[in-house]
Design a protein around this ligand. Structure first.
Ligand SMILES: [Zn+2]
Length: 433
């Protein structure tokens, strides 16, 4: 999950809710609030919450078990097999399977005729397979690469399934619990892309909830899109002294980077670009024949992203032309190829959507009105297909994501309270009975 932009507007939009209870002229009550209050006040939810509290240590130990199975991008298979076995152990689940892309999923059937909602957490982490993922307990924190993003959410989903079963909760909707692949960087949302466009549930999903680590009162209803290229500049190469004066891909790339740096982008919608990694060359005394760079572009708006994409490609072509115009091409010209290595669609779930309103109502009930935010998560895919989707915190306080110092706080009371918010959301959206 990437950096978020948060909007205050959402808090204001909720004023009628609070105002409603504070004696202001009666605003039309939000039906989602009534739904959430009913579920929260019900025997089922209370029993499920009590089960989470009583089985808290099991959620923590599942987190440790899964964290200690490395699961890099395109390398989730071992963890997927373990998660599949854990899901298979839950009697209320059917159609427990791994799809062709490597996503693991299980269906908790509703009372019939209801919609299908998907609740997912991703199995991949940003850390390479050889990373030491041993979990260390430090005070009330668990420290390990990937323990938070998003491994703890996988364990939370299991905890929810067991709690719903122990509380004999029935839902109107069918719920598909998914451990998906490919949320991080190089994975390029391949798990979600398959689930929503090729898998057996494609076209059948009414709503989507992605769980990511954290305990903040934030709802991600916006998907920041991105485009990433691996750009390779090629030239004839040669001896740095004997062939001096020939065109060099290094100068072409240097010029391209300088021009990229000149690109003007809007602050709103937030649009950004980056030259992240560079490399190439043979030796200090050789004119290189190949150099390369990886570039990243992001925006909250599809149009702005498209415009930036055009400017980026123009800067790259400009670097090539400038170099071919500046030095000798007698041994061959400079060329550049931009290979697409990542593309995530921009998307948005309207704040007026019942799914978003329900999530907001959950936080209002918890006494912490939420803010709406934009980020790059699994929800980008369903959002871009017009399917209501949000990303919601799974409940454990977490920090230093994407760094070896990553940790989660396993202090019980706040974690149970915040996990219960996510469960209340799922049960409210699924029409718990
Ligand atoms: Zn994540």
């Amino acid at each position: 999950m990437a950096l978020k932009t948060l909007a205050l507007a959402a808090v204001i939009a909720l004023a009628p809710l609070a105002a409603y209870s504070a004696g202001a002229p009666k605003a039309k009550p939000d039906p989602q609030v009534a739904v959430v209050k009913k579920v929260a006040g019900g025997k089922g939810f209370k029993a499920a919450r009590a089960h989470i509290d009583a089985n808290f240590e099991r959620i923590v130990s599942d987190t440790v078990t899964l964290t200690e199975i490395p699961s890099p991008p395109h390398g989730e298979a071992r963890r997927a097999a373990a998660y599949l076995a854990m899901l298979k152990a839950e009697p209320s689940l059917s159609d427990v399977e791994m799809d062709a892309e490597g996503n693991v999923m299980a269906l908790r059937k509703g009372t019939g005729g209801g919609p299908l909602i998907v609740v997912a957490a991703h199995m991949d982490t940003v850390f390479p397979a050889d990373t030491d993922v041993t979990v260390h307990k430090v005070g009330n924190e668990l420290h390990a690469p990937g323990v938070g993003d998003d491994t703890v959410s996988l364990a939370v989903l299991l905890g929810f399934i067991r709690a719903m079963d122990a509380a004999h909760i029935k839902t109107h909707a069918d719920i598909l619990f998914v451990g998906d692949v490919g949320e991080e960087g190089p994975g390029n949302l391949r798990g979600m892309r398959y689930l929503f466009t090729k898998g057996r549930y494609a076209g059948k999903i009414s709503a989507f909830i992605s769980l990511e680590p954290g305990d903040e009162a934030e709802i991600t209803n916006g998907g920041v899109g991105s485009i990433r290229y691996h750009v390779t500049f090629k030239g004839p190469g040669g001896h740095s002294y004997g062939a001096f004066g020939l065109v060099s891909p290094a100068f072409a790339m240097g010029t391209a980077i300088e021009r990229i740096g000149q690109i003007k982008v809007p602050a709103d919608p937030r649009t950004t670009y980056n030259v992240g990694v560079m490399g190439g060359g043979v030796s200090v005394n050789s004119i290189p024949n190949t150099v390369w760079m990886d570039v990243d572009m992001r925006s909250e708006d599809a149009g702005a992203l498209k415009t930036l994409d055009g400017q980026m490609l123009a800067a790259i072509a400009g670097g090539v032309d400038a170099e071919n115009g500046a030095r000798s091409t007698s041994r061959g010209k400079i060329s550049a190829v931009s290979d697409l290595i990542g593309e995530r669609p921009v998307g948005m779930t309207d704040p007026a959507q019942p799914l978003v309103r329900t999530a907001q109502a959950v936080f209002v009930l918890a006494g912490t009105p939420a803010v709406l935010g934009k980020s790059s998560t699994d929800s980008n895919m369903p959002m871009s297909l017009g399917i209501p989707a949000i990303t919601f915190p799974s409940g454990f306080k977490s920090g230093r994501a994407h760094s070896p110092e990553e940790y989660i706080d396993v202090t019980k009371a706040p974690a149970v309270a915040h996990m219960s918010n996510a469960l209340l959301l799922i049960l409210s959206v699924a029409g718990a009975r």
